[in-house]
Design a protein around this ligand. Sequence first.
Ligand code: ZN
Length: 141
Amino acid sequence: MKKIQVQIEIINEMINHSIEENPNECCGLIGINSNQAQNVFKMSNIDKSPYRYRMDPKELLDTLTEIESDGGKLYAIYHSHTHSEAYPSATDVRIATWPDGTSVWPNVYYFLVTLQDLNKPYARAFEINDGEILEVEIVNS
Ligand SMILES: [Zn+2]
């Protein structure tokens, strides 16, 4: 399995955001700046739902502009599953994929946090390439 380095603070911030929004799903972006540092950008789930997430298009555009303004780029998109495992759902794969089968965000990871067991929240990471799910291993740094 491919391994990626993710700072422990980033994992903790995603988990804390998930708990804040529980029972609704949370969502957000992780940017990587020109110094290779990762940063969490919490986004609003405009669906305010326990079963799905949708980012506000204006907020998404503004945040991407902010991430890219200092030479950074989008590294990952995260959201929480409050009642199911940390694995992309059929809906997650659908919204990661254009109707022609190609990826909406090529080379961007998808991080999933699960709160299924509130005593043991954790995150897993995936690539969703042209509709196919491939897990990658998170290595804390
Ligand atoms: Zn999901």
